[in-house]
Design a protein around this ligand. Structure first.
Ligand SMILES: C[S@@+](CC[C@H](N)C(=O)[O-])C[C@H]1O[C@@H](n2cnc3c(N)ncnc32)[C@H](O)[C@@H]1O
Length: 252
């Protein structure tokens, strides 16, 4: 199964279709950073990318290194692991183009069997990865094993009980990467159970509707013109638990 997961992600760089710039250029990486942080406005508000100077930070499933660049810019000593060789090659280029390669260690590797001794990192981070791996529990346990005592683990999975999951069913719009070899979604209690090995867990539902470039025709009118405004007019406290992304902040 891990071979199929690696092969899938090696061919499908996350969000690749969001830029026309040649793959591997600075413009390419900048466009994908812009797209990501426009869509995920909550992310820099919840994760202080500059808040880990000199800390040893491991990103599991780092993709092309978009978030790793931000952590490295903030002064963290970053390590990135991904199953897909193509992702690691691009992540390396991304950090090199920005003069950050000196503080980065990038490796093709499996987050379910990390090639590191126990207690090597102050922070582990896996955004949008547990839901695509074969054995999410093993990945969580590996992230916990390599954390130093008191270290911070940050994860994001998709919320099964969310506006986007409901809407994709009603509008017949497939979820991104629905064709991946593994795509799991979790309710909040299921996610809590997955993380029960940590001493302290805080789950924050996020990712509410924003206008999307993905829809066209009547779906664009219904989604961008009607749904986004209506949903966002409801007090956030009433609908927070239906956010599409479940962020977790865990202490070892
Ligand atoms: C949706 S992409 C997310 C990439 C990046 N974290 C982001 O948010 O843009 C999922 C990534 O997880 C990686 N991945 C899936 N299972 C993995 C595993 N067991 N070990 C390491 N990486 C894995 C894939 O290769 C892919 O790059």
């Amino acid at each position: 199964m891990l071979d199929a997961i690696a092969a899938y992600w090696n061919e499908r760089i996350h969000d690749l279709e969001m830029t026309d710039a040649p793959v591997g250029t600075l413009q390419f990486f900048d466009d994908l950073d812009d797209y990501r942080f426009d869509k995920l406005r909550y992310l820099p508000a919840l994760v202080d990318f500059s808040g880990f100077p000199d800390k040893r930070l491991l990103e599991v499933g780092c993709g092309i290194g978009t978030d790793l660049v931000r952590f490295a810019r903030g002064g963290a000593q970053v390590t990135g692991v991904d199953l897909a060789p193509q992702s690691i090659a691009l992540a390396r280029l991304n950090l090199e183009l920005r003069g950050l390669a000196g503080q980065a260690d990038l490796r093709v590797g499996n987050g379910e069997a990390l090639p590191f001794d126990d207690a090597q990192f102050d922070v582990t981070y896996a955004h949008g990865v547990l839901q695509y791996t074969h054995d999410a529990r093993r990945m969580v346990e590996e992230c916990r094993r390599v954390l130093a005592p008191g270290g911070l683990a940050i994860f994001m999975v998709y919320n099964r009980v969310s506006w986007l999951n409901a809407m994709s069913t009603v509008m017949g719009v497939g979820l991104e990467h629905a064709d991946a070899p593994v795509l799991n979604k979790y309710s909040i209690p299921e996610f809590e159970r997955l993380l029960q090995g940590f001493s302290d867990v805080r789950i924050v539902p996020e990712r509410f509707p924003v206008k999307s470039r993905l829809h066209t025709g009547w779906k664009a009118v219904a989604f961008n013109g009607v749904f986004v405004g209506t949903f966002n007019a409801i007090p956030r406290a009433w609908v927070r638990r239906f956010g599409w992304h479940l962020m977790a902040f865990c202490r070892s």
